[in-house]
Design a protein around this ligand. Structure first.
Ligand code: MEV
Length: 439
């Protein structure tokens, strides 16, 4: 029976593993070997990684890959991608190639405003808290002047504070809705620090406000936190070309484009399809988010909320044919950064950003939106022509062969054998067994 532990965080990495192995893993010697084989010999590098989070016992590798040939706003990029799913990078590269001689991708940042809220309880008259707010707004704005000093120098800072009566949502619920520009930083720390300072000033001033004290009814701050829903931090990307040039996999351009547009319309109309459709988009987006050291959880949460903004969950992309021109576009909210956080300290993140010519946050928003659009294009292109399994199964076969420790000659024979046959774990295992027995 595993026992609880106290002081786990104080143990050395070695002691943590020892404790785990004896408490949870019946002293399995292999377990510690598995963990230690991923320790880095370079002590400095290992120390850096140990410092990112708490209680580290090993490093968890994911592949770091490149999707080349992305023409975005007339500049050529090789996009770094980090993820575990086979076929995604190949699909991205194919989509990039497809659009390379058709003018490439065009992308444009629509707005870059981020936001956070101070959530407040107040059960008195609305007019009273509104009066207090308008009398104190300039002090609230000024309360963070020291915090925003350097952000302001870079052209960012707190933009505005609004008091929102949300009592229709919840009895006694008010918000101070604060908007920010954070330039090249994702800005989570900056926004949260500002919000907590504004909240302090709000509470202090309300305690001294005679009309509240007269009624003995003060607003109370519940919490202060940024929002990962950022519909005002928005980027759009698109591709377009005459349908006559859309011929693909031997299918006529008009037929392909029409079917493609229909596939997007289905994802617009049907939530079950929309979720998978958007999942494919996130294959591209998350991979670049990870490679550039950004927070994929916040991006995921924000994007899916955006996909539901009209009351039903729907496709993030749009496709249409206008005057024989195929137009395919995406619009997504992306609160990301190219300074701060991991961007300056993780060597591979630094490399990823360098490869993208150390982009501004705006430029990175454009690149990420394009990665999502390209991924969606590649998925739909397969889905409405050859079907998705053809490409997937090739990679699946390669993974099964690796798991079965196939030699390169065995792999070659398997690739030929399974060209026209259904691939499954069982089928590949028995093929290899037969091959091995016959030798
Ligand atoms: C698989 O990771 C992603 C797809 O399912 C996306 C889609 O169906 O559009 C292929």
């Amino acid at each position: 029976m595993p026992q609880p532990v106290s002081g786990f965080s104080k143990k050395t990495k070695e002691e943590k593993i020892e404790w785990l192995v004896s408490n949870h893993l019946q002293n399995d010697a292999l377990a510690s070997q598995v963990l230690k084989q991923y320790w880095n010999d370079d002590e400095q590098l290992q120390k850096l990684h140990d410092g990112f989070i708490e209680n580290t016992i090993s490093n968890y590798y994911l592949p770091f890959a490149i999707a080349p040939n992305f023409l975005i706003n007339d500049e050529l990029y090789s996009i770094p991608m980090v993820l575990e799913e086979s076929s995604v990078v190949a699909a991205s590269s194919n989509a990039a190639k497809f659009w390379l001689d058709k003018g490439g991708f065009k992308a444009e940042v629509i707005s870059t405003v981020k936001n956070g809220q101070i959530h407040i309880n107040f059960y008195g008259a609305d007019s009273l808290i509104q009066k207090f707010f308008s009398e104190n707004k300039s002090q609230l704005l000024d309360s963070i002047s020291a915090i925003e000093y350097s952000m302001k120098k870079r052209g960012g800072g707190l933009l505005d504070i609004e008091l929102i009566n949300s009592t229709k949502l919840l009895k006694g619920y008010y918000q101070l809705h604060c908007t920010f520009e954070t330039k090249d930083a994702m800005g989570a720390n900056f926004i949260n620090t500002c919000l907590e300072e504004i909240a302090k000033t709000f509470e202090k001033n309300s305690k001294n406000y005679s009309e509240f004290s007269h009624l003995n009814n003060y607003p109370e701050v519940v919490m202060s936190i940024l929002s990962n829903y950022v519909p005002e931090c928005l980027v759009r990307a698109e591709v377009r070309c005459p349908v006559s040039k859309m011929t693909t996999n031997g299918i006529d351009g008009t037929i392909f484009s029409t079917k493609f547009v229909r596939a997007v319309k289905i994802a617009k109309a049907e939530t079950r399809r929309a979720v998978t459709h958007n999942k494919g988009i996130m294959n591209g987006i998350d991979a670049v988010i990870l490679a550039t050291g950004n927070d994929f959880r916040s991006v995921e949460a924000g994007i899916h909320a955006y996909a539901s903004r009209k009351g039903t969950y729907t496709s993030l992309t749009d496709a249409t044919i206008e005057n024989d021109i195929f137009i395919f576009s995406i619009e997504v909210p992306l609160a990301i950064g190219t300074v701060g956080g991991l961007t300056g300290i993780h060597p591979l993140v630094k490399f990823g950003l360098l490869l993208l010519q150390n982009p501004s946050a705006k430029k990175l928003m454009e690149i990420i939106a394009v990665a999502g659009l390209a991924q969606n294009f590649a998925a739909l292109r397969s889905l409405v022509t050859t079907g998705i399994q053809k490409g997937h199964m090739k990679m699946h076969l390669a993974n099964i062969l690796t798991k079965l420790e196939a030699t390169s000659s065995e792999s070659e024979q398997a690739l030929t054998y399974f060209e026209q046959k259904a691939i499954s774990n069982n089928a590949v295992t028995s093929f290899l067994n037969q091959l091995r027995e016959s030798n």
